[in-house]
Design a protein around this ligand. Structure first.
Ligand code: PLP
Length: 389
């Protein structure tokens, strides 16, 4: 008999009842060090007092209005995002997938309004992940995600990650945009080198097409800058955000330049819940912390120590681990043993990590991770690796 919850997930037999900072407490009292943060979501850890206060304060006033009316919390968060980034304007969604939907619609509408309606194609990359909607799975194009779900939304051209010639050849007259994650998350923590992101920006400028960045996983301070593309010193035209921006409350956003957003006029897009007062009150509190240069400096310091310790771990267990990769607190350990086994022995030593493609385990801790917690995470990984050797 089918389970009452649609059985699409493979769940670990863990029952967490409470979270405190970087720690998750199991029903039986065990304390797990959370190096997954709900897949890069709980950027300020669990039950951060500022987020709890923002949420409960707003909950006592008003939960939901409708975008039929002014929502001051939405305005406030949009102003903060515009002030801190390349963007001139923001649309709020509830998830990364919804942000992908709008990014695709915005790019197509842009070209339609420019009198070049043929420019509907978007170039994307193998190993990418952009969500589970019809556009999201078509954009990523992996066999695993699209099989059985046809007809697949047309208009995506998939290019091999790092194949420059294929990329140049793919930019034909029907291409209106390039869509890429600056650091692939689900694909196995594969960072795009800064010079490649610069090259993509140049290519888009040369061809006069839009650059869309998916920073759903790598954004909101995860790499040690507010957004990952800042490391390369370039700016996108459109950017998808979600995960960390709500700190655990469902919230997503699409950020864009005035030019790229110019097709999105009254009535062209909308959302019932998108930008609701609760989500935006929390998002605003998240921004106050994560956009602070002192906070980001601390993220970079801890990330530096964590990475150094992980390099030592890999050197100590060459039969279990192959390499460390990633950026900031978005780190991957490429495994020699099956990554699912490494995640599982992690549970035995009360450590949470997240598997990804390419036989990688991801370390995506709360950005509030301390030096001591970073050291403890590596100690636990060391114990886990010993049990696999
Ligand atoms: C998680 C993720 C998405 C999808 O976000 P949801 O909130 O799960 O819809 C899209 N793109 C990237 C890069 C992601 O990591």
């Amino acid at each position: 008999m089918i389970s009452s919850v649609l059985p699409t997930y493979s769940r670990a037999p863990l029952h967490f009842v409470k979270g405190e900072g970087c720690w998750l407490i199991e029903e039986d009292g065990r304390r797990f060090l959370d190096m997954g943060a709900g897949i890069a979501v709980n950027c300020l850890g669990h039950a951060h007092p500022a987020l709890v206060a923002a949420l409960t304060e707003q909950a006592n006033k008003i939960w939901h209005l409708s975008n039929l009316y002014e929502i001051p919390q939405q305005q406030e968060l949009a102003d903060k995002l515009v002030a801190a980034t390349f963007a001139d304007t923001v649309f709020f969604t509830n998830s990364g997938t919804e942000s992908c939907e709008l990014a695709v619609k915005m790019a197509r509408k842009y070209w339609y309004e420019k009198g070049q309606p043929e420019k509907t194609d978007i170039v994307t990359f193998t190993g990418s992940f952009h969500g589970r909607s019809s556009a999201g799975i078509a954009a990523a194009g992996s066999e695993k995600m699209i099989k059985g779900f046809g007809p697949i939304l047309p208009g995506f051209i998939h290019v091999d990650w790092a194949d420059h010639d294929a990329l140049t050849a793919a930019i034909t007259d029907t291409v209106g945009a390039i869509l890429i994650e600056p650091v692939q998350g689900e694909g196995g923590i594969r960072p795009l080198p800064d010079q490649c992101l610069k090259g993509l920006r140049d290519l888009c400028d040369e061809k006069g097409i839009l650059l869309i960045l998916d920073e759903v996983q790598c954004g909101m301070g995860r790499t040690g800058k507010l957004f990952a593309h800042e490391w390369a010193g370039v700016e996108p035209d459109i950017m998808m955000v979600a995960k960390g921006i709500g700190g655990g409350f469902p919230l997503g956003a699409v950020l864009a330049t005035e030019e790229a957003a110019s097709g999105m006029t009254v009535g062209t897009h909308g959302s019932t819940y998108g930008g609701n007062p609760l989500a935006c009150a929390v998002g605003s509190a998240v921004m106050d912390h994560v956009a602070d240069p002192n906070f980001l400096a601390q993220v970079n310091r801890v990330a530096g120590t964590l990475r150094q310790r992980l390099e030592g771990l890999v050197a100590a267990h060459p039969d279990v681990f192959e390499e460390v990769r990633g950026s900031g607190l978005m780190l991957g350990l490429k495994c020699r043993k099956p990554n699912a086994d490494v995640v599982k022995v992690g549970y035995a030593v009360e450590l949470i990590t997240v598997p990804a493609a390419d036989n990688v385990i991801r370390l995506l801790p709360p950005l509030t991770l301390t030096e001591d917690e970073a050291a403890e995470a590596v100690n636990r990984l060391d114990a886990a690796a010993q049990s696999l050797s």
